[in-house]
Design a protein around this ligand. Structure first.
Ligand SMILES: Cc1cc2nc3c(=O)[nH]c(=O)nc-3n(C[C@H](O)[C@H](O)[C@H](O)COP(=O)(O)OP(=O)(O)OC[C@H]3O[C@@H](n4cnc5c(N)ncnc54)[C@H](O)[C@@H]3O)c2cc1C
Ligand code: FES
Length: 260
């Protein structure tokens, strides 16, 4: 059940020139609503003429002990720039939680691979944490342009083995995530992915070719976030055009038209 909530910024960590990690909590110490991996929030950004629409940001992590919601923000325009400037104590209005969630497999012996590229690594941290909590040993494959763009590696390492690729070879294997040798060396049962569309399509192709279950989290441009404006539609195999904000953002690749 989605709610509109005012949350307070308890920390804003600048991770590098383009990314920050916002930690938010309730101002009155009430418990945050339940949120699941793959879901997102819509943030209202005030004091800017170009941001009258809320901005969608994935749930990066929920620290239940500290009652904190973490959001990983990449600065690309006015809205995300404003977010990166939030000071401790800033009150932010959010609509949450939105969208569906990644599924959890039933059998514990499954080999699970979580692939993230760029800011698409954001939902993979919480997914990894929940999978670990449910008894799995997920593996993470994280891709970036260069080592300085690989974020939260210590956090990921708490929940599973971390493999990396960088385009310039400054960390892990050189190239794209789909070139990493782990894809040849381990037989995975299920792959989850989020990142730039070409990367997700390449991961989806790898999964399809190898008959691996695969879920992708789409980042279609959104406005309302709850199925009213229709600006986020994706043409699917079985249900025609669907709103990614309500039917997704997580889809099994069997439902997408990416693979014939
Ligand atoms: C479900 C979902 C989850 C997301 N999760 C995160 C997240 O965890 N962290 C994060 O930093 N960003 C995330 N995004 C992307 C984020 O919403 C956009 O980057 C943001 O809305 C841009 O707002 P802006 O005002 O800064 O930039 P704008 O001025 O609105 O746009 C600046 C540039 O970014 C491009 N852009 C805008 N929206 C998107 C989009 N959805 N995807 C790709 N490019 C876009 C525009 O085309 C333009 O070129 C997510 C998007 C979706 C749909
Ligand atoms: S964002 Fe408005 S319908 Fe999906």
């Amino acid at each position: 059940m989605k709610k509109m909530l005012d949350l307070v910024v308890v920390e804003n960590n600048k991770l590098n020139q383009n990314y920050c990690l916002l930690k938010l909590s309730t101002p009155d110490k009430s418990v945050l609503p339940e949120m699941y991996p793959g879901q997102f929030v819509e943030i209202r950004v005030v004091d800017s003429p170009t941001t009258f629409l809320r901005r969608p940001i994935s749930v990066n992590f929920v620290d239940k002990l500290k009652n904190e919601l973490w959001l990983l923000v990449q600065v690309v325009g006015d809205g995300t720039r404003k977010m990166s400037e939030y000071k401790t104590g800033t009150i932010v209005n959010l609509l949450l939680p939105l969208g569906n969630q990644f599924s959890t497999p039933e059998k514990h012996q499954q080999e699970l691979l979580l692939v993230g590229g760029g800011v698409g690594t954001a939902p993979m941290l919480y997914l990894g944490a929940i999978l670990k909590e449910s008894g799995f040993n997920p593996k993470f494959l994280l891709g970036a342009r260069s080592s300085k763009d690989l974020l939260q590696l210590d956090d990921f390492a708490q929940y599973g083995q971390v493999y990396t690729t960088t385009e310039d070879g400054s960390h892990g294997q050189k190239g794209f995530v789909t070139n990493h040798s782990i894809l040849e060396n381990i037989k995975f049962d299920r792959v989850y992915t989020c990142g730039p569309k070409p990367m997700m399509m390449a991961v989806a192709n790898y999964a399809h070719k190898n008959q691996i279950e695969c879920e992708v989290s789409l980042e279609n441009t959104m406005a309302c976030g709850f199925g009213v404006c229709l600006c986020c539609v994706e043409d699917t195999k079985h249900n025609g055009n669907v709103c990614v904000c309500t039917e997704g953002p997580v889809f099994n690749i069997k439902d997408l038209k990416w693979i014939s």
